[in-house]
Write a protein that binds this ligand. Structure first.
Ligand code: NAD
Length: 338
């Protein structure tokens, strides 16, 4: 699919919305996937669509009913706005709302634009010591916070993280902030494992060319036993199998990576050892926690920001995110004209 420039009038915020001058937009794997393949599962791009859902900016106008924000506020944007009425919304798990409108998931336009309107209660004011660039990373960080909470990562736990892409790396930062003491990260790319080491992994294991049995032995010998929790962030079948087989009895395997829709896993092993297999879908109520962790210094997301492009360079930015050229982890597009 091609990128085209669309020039439109600056939108007017609805009474419950704010108009935001977008500053930074991170490119997510799903943006790249829609660009390259035009679909993710049942979500199919049928009409031209604006990408981008990891965004921050400055409010330039507020709707009549907006009380929590004002012009000039710097915000990060939580991209999924649910119906607020269904049982999932009322139960606090609004990420499961069937009516959720999520930016850059067809047919909903994303925020990769100069100006963008969003519901005010899904915009979060950035603390003074959090930059707009960091604000754009609150989206992937929220994925990690949701995963670590559902996996019950707490002080003293040992964790295996499979995959050192942006999502594996934000999980690493979050596990550390939540008190995990021994964290081993796997990948098939040495350069990605180098970044995991730089931002605090206790051990790194390159699983390229390793059979499952050898990988299990290596993980156990590095940790001095089985991990309490595995957070799978690659989507690879071999990695999910490793997670189930190596996790301590009574532990948790958290499926974050979204790979093939059907795979072979050692399910009896999970049953008889009470290894809970859980999944996550995005996040709910995690943006305030993400901001608190970054603002307090408990998490530093800056080392993950590797590349910067202007909105005019969008094609180059997406190519970089797609190929991972130059060690790309998080590629940011800057949308303001300055
Ligand atoms: P990415 O492709 O940049 O990173 C995946 C990493 O896994 C790469 O570094 C790759 O080399 C590594 N890898 C591949 N095979 C491996 C294996 N066998 N063992 C260990 N590592 C292996 O993707 P990302 O942006 O970091 O996202 C990771 C996954 O999380 C994707 O599948 C994405 O769709 C998913 N995701 C899920 C949610 C959710 O809500 N569940 C949200 C965001 C992203």
């Amino acid at each position: 699919m091609n990128f085209v420039w669309r020039t439109e009038k600056i939108p007017e915020p609805q009474p419950n919305e704010v108009l935001i001058a977008i500053n930074s937009v991170g490119i997510c794997g799903s943006d790249v996937h829609y660009w390259k393949h035009g679909r993710i599962g049942d979500f199919v791009v049928k009409d031209p669509m604006v990408l981008g859902h990891e965004s921050s900016g400055t409010i330039v106008k507020v709707g009549d009913q907006v009380k929590n924000l004002k012009s000039g506020d710097r915000v990060c944007i939580e991209p999924g706005v649910p119906c607020r009425k269904c049982e999932f919304c009322k139960g606090g798990r609004y990420n499961l709302c069937p009516g959720i409108k999520f930016d850059a998931t067809p047919p909903v336009d994303g925020s990769l634009s100069r100006y963008y309107c969003h519901d005010a209660d899904f915009c979060f004011k950035l603390p003074d010591n959090v930059s707009l660039e960091e604000g754009a990373l609150m989206e992937p960080l929220s994925v990690a916070i949701h995963a670590c909470k559902r996996a019950s990562v707490t002080a003293g736990k040992s964790v295996l993280i499979c995959g050192a892409g942006p999502i594996g790396l934000v999980n690493l930062l979050t596990c550390k902030a939540m008190g995990a003491t021994k964290i081993i990260v796997t990948d098939i790319s040495e350069s990605r494992l180098d970044i995991a080491k730089k931002i605090g992994a206790t051990y790194q294991l390159c699983v390229k060319d390793l059979d499952t049995k050898t990988a299990i032995t290596k993980v156990k010998s590095m940790l001095g036993g089985s991990p309490d929790i595995t957070i799978e962030c690659s989507g690879a079948e071999s990695s999910i199998r490793l997670g189930i087989l190596v996790t301590k009895s009574g532990g948790v395997v958290m499926l974050v990576g979204l790979g093939a829709s059907e795979i072979n896993i050692p399910i009896i092993e999970a049953s008889v050892r009470e290894v809970d297999i859980k999944g996550i879908f995005r996040y709910a109520n995690c943006y305030p926690i993400a901001l608190e962790l970054v603002s307090s210094g408990a998490i530093d997301v800056k080392p993950l920001i590797t590349h910067h492009f202007t909105l005019e360079e969008v094609h180059k930015a997406f190519e970089t995110a797609h190929t991972g050229a130059g060690g790309a982890i998080k590629v940011l597009i800057h949308c303001s004209k300055e």
